[in-house]
Design a protein around this ligand. Sequence first.
Ligand code: CP
Ligand code: NVA
Length: 308
Amino acid sequence: MSPNPVKHYLQFSDFDAGEYAYLFQRAALIKRKFKAYEKHHTLTDRTLAMIFEKASTRTRVSFEAGMYQLGGSVVHLTTGDSQLGRSEPIEDTARVISRMVDLVMIRTFEQARIETFAAHSRVPVINGLTNEFHPCQILADIYTYIEHRGSIAGKTVAWVGDGNNMANTWLQASEILGFTVHVSTPTGYEVDQSVAGLRSRHSYKVFSNPVDACRGADLVTTDVWTSMGYEAENEARRLAFARWCVDEAMMRVAKPDALFMHCLPAHRGEEVSAEVIDGAQSVVWDEAENRMHAQKALMEYLMLGCID
Ligand code: CP
Ligand code: NVA
């Protein structure tokens, strides 16, 4: 008898709309119990290994605290303090770690690297950010949208800034959950449809002017001008992105009840003005907190499937 294939979460398109509906309602239940100090130990005696090849604040704390709250435990590795930093092949690392733990979360560079790890892992692997995708963040962002405004289906999300891992993941989500993304990036920083892994161009529209992208939007969102790993391009990006700062003028043309989101860390005065990120339409702190609730639902689902 062959064992069930291991289910991974390497990009947003790994799950379908039904699985997301389950995860969003499960995250709501998990959050309610957390707020009420009710125990929710569904992963007792399970261990999560977290491998960070890039820096993190939110991803580390949300996975680590979340796993403890589920009754499990966590092992934290970085490139520098493991044999990964001394060229042990990723395949061997995957074979070894996945014999000792129940679940692995990795933050790394190329998507191909996490895919190689997953191909050699006996246990589920979660993408905690790669150059191409950040699915856990968009899972939390859409959960946050639903908490504040209800279903995201049929809504318009304005993406202002780099055609990066966050943009790619929003685009994947739009195809699966039935909303539209208005994308505005500087020339040379466009989304690459094949890198984003999109089935078609139907769920997004491209705007050269970021103000036009925000017109009528239900949600305006952005990210750093320079993602981790691209620091050598800092100066060129600072010049190219000068007009891609989400400010009050952009928020004024969005719907009156539009939300503002940012995955954080943010640079006030660069990709977003202080007035917007610290203003009444911003939900960035809920968004950050919801990483933990959404990922607890995700870890449970990968380990145990649907509960109830
Ligand atoms: N948004 C996010 O992933 O934050 P960290 O880089 O702090 O983990
Ligand atoms: N696009 C950013 C997101 C950080 C959470 C990066 O990859 O650095």
